[in-house]
Design a protein around this ligand. Sequence first.
Ligand code: NAD
Ligand code: WQD
Length: 335
Amino acid sequence: MKILITGGAGYIGSHTCVELLNKNNELIIVDNLSNSKYEAIKRIKQISGKEVKFYHTDILNEIEMDIIFQENNIEAVIHFAGSKAVGESCQIPLEYYKNNVTGSIKLFQMMQKHNVKKLVFSSSATVYGLNDNVPFKEEFPLSATNPYGRTKLMIEEILRDLYSSDNFWQISLLRYFNPVGAHPSGLLGEDPQGIPNNLMPFISQVAVGKLEKLRIFGNDYPTKDGTGVRDYIHVVDLAKGHLKALEKLREGHGCQPYNLGSGEGNSVLEVIQAFEEASNKKIPYEIVERRAGDIATSFADPSKANSKLEWKTKKTLLEMCADSWNWQRKNPKRY
Ligand code: NAD
Ligand code: WQD
């Protein structure tokens, strides 16, 4: 299949490209490299031993996107491109709405113009808002608590409306839980700019000696040990979910959301313990105030993806930590 991947140089996109190439798909990657490096494209080719077509383009650039659609016989799109930092989205909301919402609308218009109506969209568990009635099920009411989350919710709504207007569209809304880990080769991984916001890259940088200690945001939550509980999912398992979602689009299923998570919740202290075991490094930490906007517990009910997509996570928390550590240790100065 000939697939356009927006944001394919990024963390989840790059891992998905490798899995798609392993199954002999032809890829056209569009990325403006605002949060990634060209090196990731080289490494996708290195791991897979296959070529990809890469366009250093912004999805907001209609002229260039039009040419890309004209030059390539694209059959489906996986849309990763977007900005993803929750804190930053509160500082510069207009940039987030422009990049995520306007960028997505322009992409969907371009798809419509070229009659490409198969789409896999990177949504997020953030669309469940402050709900802490776990596990989260796809039919739960949706809401958002920050501009980033609102962009994901708006794009989901736009896509539901688009499908209602034209049933030829086939759309998967993949709600990722907490993607972590890296490619087992140590060649691809998460490459945050500056001080990481998310738990696993922060712990990795403490382990490698770049950061002094982890700050645990609260130990007074109503959870097993008082620290926040999340559904961590290995990025390679997540990448494979995209292949299953694409297969389903070919069969035709309308516009469907799927939770991509393991169905298990782990606390911050459990993640630290697993990382220490995987890396043989001590992770110093201190307990600080709760982080604004955090919920106590979030984990998926993945049964819809398990049955309808025939997809299930395989990798354990220890494997996630081992691969995160392998990536960090081999790339201490990033890509
Ligand atoms: P990432 O930042 O590593 O990847 C996004 C890629 O999109 C980057 O390479 C960036 O350069 C590119 N990009 C951004 N704006 C663009 C534009 N206008 N035109 C072209 N390229 C552009 O992020 P990721 O972690 O790989 O996330 C991928 C998608 O999954 C995002 O949409 C994100 O919101 C979503 N998501 C991520 C997580 C997570 O925890 N990582 C969880 C849920 C959902
Ligand atoms: C995990 C746990 C923190 C950092 C975010 C986005 C979400 C989605 C995934 C895109 C929580 C605790 C963290 C630290 C800590 N992204 N923590 N010290 O908040 O579940 O989700 O990323 O869609 O939208 O909100 O992930 O990795 O930031 O936090 O104690 O330095 O670790 O409080 O309990 P989160 P996270």
